[in-house]
Design a binder for this molecule. Sequence first.
Ligand code: ADP
Ligand code: ADP
Length: 223
Amino acid sequence: MILRLRGVEHAYRRTVALRGVSLAVEPEEVVAVTGPSGCGKSTLLHVAAGILRPQAGAVTLLDQDLVTLDDAERARLRRRNVGVVLQFGQLVPDLSALENVALPLLLERHDRGAALTAAREWLERAGVGDERDTLAAELSGGQAQRVAVARALVTGPSIVFADEPTGSLDSTGGEALLALLLAAARERGAALVIVTHDNVVAAHADREVRLRDGHVEAEAVLR
Ligand code: ADP
Ligand code: ADP
């Protein structure tokens, strides 16, 4: 088990987003989290990735109890072993695309030349090699999404979380980015948890976990 949530509850003021969610993800498994808008998908992803602390329940990620890890340890775990593609505001706006992708490696004190080379390769694979010197603030939504995927993959994580990773792309671009996520996960033997309301994306998963109103309504093994 690479990820396990048990009885996770979370509310924003009066809005209850998660009401007792349990979920387990195996290494190398591709899980699609689906469900209508507002059912708690993003909240679940933020909790599972250690970005948001749930108000109740247990979260174990890569054998680490997220409840007892302090901020620095959680940040380190994410930097080293977890790739995260969020919907908004994930790139540093006044750094170039290349610098954004190299950043996680530089923070881990990798050699600067090697970090930039790896970043260039991932930008190419994500189809935004030509944008490497563009400031993140000046990228289109679709380009920013591709750069965010490159940044999530550059460290070779054991698990990748992606929140609507194809949302700003047309269907061809979305399929290409999905294919890249799936291929990168397979190459590395990484697990992949994708939040989506796109049936095409869900169809590529090993398992679909469907949320409704803050709880798991149904699970389906797809392959
Ligand atoms: P989904 O990703 O399925 O659309 P979310 O996890 O984003 O669902 O949201 C679940 C519920 O929590 C929704 O009712 C949403 O409006 C509410 N919510 C999400 N984020 C916040 C926030 N930061 N503050 C207040 N309410 C929020
Ligand atoms: P607080 O500011 O309430 O003392 P912490 O310093 O423990 O919270 O955590 C700071 C950040 O880390 C917050 O964004 C919180 O959502 C997140 N966090 C804390 N504990 C956990 C946890 N067990 N799992 C996931 N995220 C957590």
